[in-house]
Design a protein around this ligand. Sequence first.
Ligand code: COA
Length: 159
Amino acid sequence: MILVYPGSFDPVTNGHLDIIERAACICDKLIVAVGNNESKRPAFTVEERVEMIRESIGERENIEVTSFTGLLADFAKKVGARAVIKGLRAMSDFEYEFQMALLNKKLEPELETLFMMTSVQYSFLSSSAVKEIARNGGCIDGLVPDCIKDRIEGKLTCR
Ligand code: COA
């Protein structure tokens, strides 16, 4: 079974990696798909976001990292995914994710959305929080993979 894990990943955090690692264990192939949420103004380009995820997970036989434009439902159908998987951090994520799941189901009735609870140590984490801390010179150790920490700090602190 192919699963798609979509997100903005601006940038990828240890919370996302937690979901990636666990989701990859329950499917044959996990496609991590960087999309653009038009309402957000990303700090990193799509290419940079894809690169950072690839660098963080290394070579993995059943994980592919790519990007997409347009509707998630269309992308999922194109790549033959049975379901979309999303992480849930708290009840506050639920309403938005529920709406997205229903919209995607309306667009592509055979596409399921699965939710995986984020591990408790990452339940407070978001990409925006990481960016805000980095922009203000705070410490992002433990929040993002070590291998991309300098890149994030370099980009955000020299603005
Ligand atoms: N650990 C840490 N943070 C997490 C997390 C986890 N496990 N799970 C979610 N988050 C955070 C993200 O960091 C992000 O934080 P931010 O808001 O500070 O950036 C936030 O939760 C939500 O991000 P994400 O899950 O990436 O969703 P998104 O709202 O940015 O949506 C797409 C991104 C690509 C999934 C969405 O825009 C999309 O589907 N686009 C295609 C168009 C479409 O089909 N729309 C639906 C029909 S209208």
